[in-house]
Write a protein that binds this ligand. Structure first.
Ligand SMILES: [Zn+2]
Length: 386
């Protein structure tokens, strides 16, 4: 009797241990994810708008600075013209003075000027002549001195403007550098937006799919709503031999060419490889529902079919990679042994083969991203005959 009780206790313990709560995903979690991506997207958009406004403000500062540089340039030109004009004027005046002298002088001998003055017809004439010469030359000298002063002033002004222009040019270069940096920051923010938008869109379409299947926020996807067809013995009549657990081989008659966990540098092999000729039909390993058909999930663009199975309420996933042609589409319910695709060599592959990968509880792109899914990968031999 005692023995019987302890056996019952052990059985109960085993049941409890194997039915530890499995964390599957609720619709609410998906909704929270989409909300957080949406918030991230809003942040990015407002940050981008801020950077763009900063860039615009700097651009107008650059234009202002350039205008100031141009104005300084114009003023320098004006001063140069004025200096040139003054210099010409000085030349003219000095020529005039010379002319006055030569007009009044007899032009031979060393002291022509004095000879001329002394050669005056009378004292009055001489004084008159002296005064005229003096006045005229003094007048011209004064003008020339004023002009020389003006030239010096203009040269100073020109120097100041040139310095100002150098400073402005430096400032403009700094502003341009600043703008470049801000534009690069804006570009890098802008570059990440499509990814987040993609996440939002993908999640939204998933949510609307599950809602369409009657899932409520607290429903566990695939477990309490949108439940895949149960895997049962004799489920469907494919060409393979279906195990007692309802699973069959994806390629009847083809041996496994590379097993699970084999060293496949730098990582252990994540599934079973079956090398065979391209075009050979691939069969679903169990009854289930197709949830992904395409080549966008894999970085190397391997064409893939992903199926979710329901094994007594537990979610099991099978992935068929490197396939050629597809024979099913997303959301299609399939039976064990049903042809779902044909062997190919797409993606990172060196020859025609099928890579079969399986996981429990978490399925890549079903209720988990790749890195969350990875630790849930299992040996396909757990279910599939080998
Ligand atoms: Zn493989």
């Amino acid at each position: 009797m005692k023995k019987k009780i302890s056996i019952i206790i052990i059985i109960l313990l085993l049941i409890t241990c194997t039915t530890l709560p499995v964390h599957a995903q609720t619709l609410k979690e998906l909704e929270d994810q989409v909300a957080s991506y949406q918030a991230e997207l809003n942040n990015k958009n407002s940050e981008l708008a801020k950077k763009q406004a900063e860039s615009k403000a700097i651009a107008s500062q650059i234009v202002n600075t350039q205008n100031k540089i141009n104005t300084a340039e114009d003023n320098i030109k004006k001063l140069e013209d004025e200096i040139e004009k003054s210099e010409k004027e000085i030349k003219k005046k000095s020529q005039e003075s010379k002319n006055i002298m030569s007009y009044y002088q007899i032009s031979d001998g060393e002291n022509t000027y004095l000879e001329y003055i002394f050669g005056a017809s009378s004292i009055t004439d001489m004084i008159y002549r002296m005064a005229v010469v003096e006045q005229l030359t003094e007048y011209n000298n004064n003008i020339m001195n004023d002009l020389k002063k003006l030239i010096a002033e203009n040269k100073n002004k020109k120097e100041e403007l040139k310095n100002e222009q150098i400073e402005l040019t430096k400032l403009k270069a700094e502003l341009e550098e600043q703008k470049k940096k801000i534009d690069a920051e804006a570009n890098s923010i802008e570059g990440t937006i499509p990814n987040v938008q993609g996440e939002v869109k993908a999640l939204q379409s998933k949510i609307s799919y599950y809602k369409g299947k009657g899932c409520k926020s607290n429903d566990v996807i695939g477990v309490t709503c949108d439940v895949p067809p149960k895997v049962n013995t004799g489920n469907g009549g494919g060409s393979g031999i279906i195990n007692a657990n309802g699973f069959t081989t994806p390629l009847p008659g083809v041996r496994i060419s590379n097993g699970y966990g084999n060293n496949y540098p730098p990582y252990p092999h994540k599934g079973y490889d079956y090398s065979t000729n391209c075009g050979r039909p691939i069969h679903a390993v169990a009854a289930g529902r197709v949830y992904y058909v395409g080549e966008k999930l894999d970085n190397y663009h391997a064409h893939m079919v992903l199926i979710v199975h329901n094994v007594n309420g537990r979610l099991v996933f099978s992935q068929y990679a490197h396939v050629g042609k597809y024979a099913v589409s997303e959301n299609e319910v399939v039976q064990a042994g049903q042809v779902i695709a044909y062997v190919g060599s797409t993606g990172w592959s060196t020859g025609c083969h099928l890579h079969l990968e399986m996981s429990t509880d978490k399925g890549w792109s079903y209720n988990a991203g790749y890195y969350e899914y990875r630790p849930h990968i299992i040996n396909p031999g757990t279910y599939v005959p080998h």
